[in-house]
Ligand binder design. Sequence first.
Ligand SMILES: CCCCCCCCCCC/C=C/C(=O)SCCNC(=O)CCNC(=O)[C@H](O)C(C)(C)COP(=O)(O)OP(=O)(O)OC[C@H]1O[C@@H](n2cnc3c(N)ncnc32)[C@H](O)[C@@H]1OP(=O)(O)O
Length: 363
Amino acid sequence: MSKTAMGASQKDFESAMNQVKLLKKDPGNEVKLKLYALYKQTTEGPCNTPRPGVFDLINKAKWDAWNALGNLPKETARQNYVDLVSDLSSSDSSSQVKPEADRKQPGYETLVVTSEDSITKIMMNRPAKKNALTVQMYREIMLALEAASKDDSTLIVLTGNGDYYSSGNDLMNFMNIPPGEMEKEAKNGAILLRDFVGCFIDFPKPLVAVINGPAVGISVTILGLFDLVYASDRATFHTPFTHLGQSPEGCSSYTFPKIMGQAKAAEMLMFGKKLTAREACAQGLVTEVFPDSTFQKEVWTRLKAYSKLPRNALHISKQSIRNLEKEKLHAVNAGENSVLQERWLSDECMNAVVSFLSRKAKL
Ligand SMILES: CCCCCCCCCCC/C=C/C(=O)SCCNC(=O)CCNC(=O)[C@H](O)C(C)(C)COP(=O)(O)OP(=O)(O)OC[C@H]1O[C@@H](n2cnc3c(N)ncnc32)[C@H](O)[C@@H]1OP(=O)(O)O
C-alpha cells in the first residue's frame, strides 16, 4: 500500500536515494537487490539488456531482480522505491546504538548482562570482592547462559568488572552453615557445581572469556570449556586447590592435561603454580594476550568482526568440535564433584577457609 498519498515525485525519489546512503545498518543483499531493481525500473523502464553470463553472479542477480519487475510502470516503481527506503530508515533509527543503561538486561543482581552487535556480554559485577562467586552468582550466570543460548546473539562473552576477572569461589559460601547441616550443604554445593559446569559443557554457541585481570579457582578451570580466551597482560591464572584442601573442578582434571600436557597441568592443579598471561598463552590455555592499555579496544574490535560471521555456520562448527567430548566431560564433571563433596567435609578444607577468613579479620 502506498504511503505517499499524492504519489512520489522525482524530488521524493532523489531524496530517498540520498537517504539510502545514510543507512547505518546494512539492509542485506535481498533488500539491496530490490532497491536496485526499483531504481532501474524507475530510471530506465523494463529490463532491456541481455542476461549476464552464468559466472557473472552479481550482475546476474541484479539483472534477475530488475527483470522480475516485468512491465511495472515507472511511477509505481518510483513510489515503491520511496516507500521501501522510508521503511528502512525508520527501522534503522530504532535500531541505533542505545546507551548501555538501556541495553542492560534486567533481573540480575550480581551480573551486568548486555546485548549489542550480536554479542551477549555477561559481566560479573562484584568488583569490591574481586568478583568472588556467591551461590546467587553461580545461579545468575546459569540463567544468563540459558537466556543467551536462546537469544539472537552470535557470540557470548564472560568477563569481570573492576581489576579482577574473578577470585573464584566466594569462601563465605562455607560460612554460616549450622552444625549438623554440613553434609547436606556439601551435597547441595556439589549439585550446584555440577549444574554450573554442565551449562558450559552444553553451551551451544561460541563462548569467549575476556580475562580483564587475575583469575582464580573455578574461574580458571572452566576456561578449558571456552572457545576463545583473550587475556590482558595483567591477568594471572591461579588454581590453589591443594592449598585450600580441595581438588580440581570445572573438568580441568581432563581438559588441562589435554591442553598443556600432564607435567604443566600437574604444576598448576596439584602445586598451585600461578601462571602469567603469557605463560598461560604459551601453554595453550589462553588464545591471545593483549597489552592492558589497549585490551578492551583490541578485543572488542576483534569480537565485533567475528560476530558478523555467518551465525549458523559458527554454531554448527562449535558443535562439531565439541560434541564428541560432551559425554566424557559430563562424566568427568560428575566424578570431580563427588570428590569435592568429600573434600569440603575435610579438616584440610575447613582449616584453609578459617585461615583465609581469620587473615581477613586481622587486617
Ligand atoms: C559446603 C560447601 C558449599 C560450597 C558451595 C560452592 C559451590 C561451588 C564450589 C566450586 C569450587 C571452587 C573452588 C575455587 O574457586 S577455589 C579458589 C577460591 N578463591 C580463593 O582462594 C581466593 C581468596 N582470595 C584471595 O586470596 C585474595 O582475596 C585475592 C588474592 C583474590 C585478592 O587479594 P587482595 O589483597 O588484592 O584483595 P582482598 O583480599 O583485600 O580482597 C578484597 C575483598 O574481597 C574479598 N574476597 C576476595 N576474594 C574472595 C573469595 N574468593 N572469597 C571470599 N572473599 C573474597 C576479600 O575478603 C576482601 O573483602 P573485605 O574487603 O570484606 O575484606
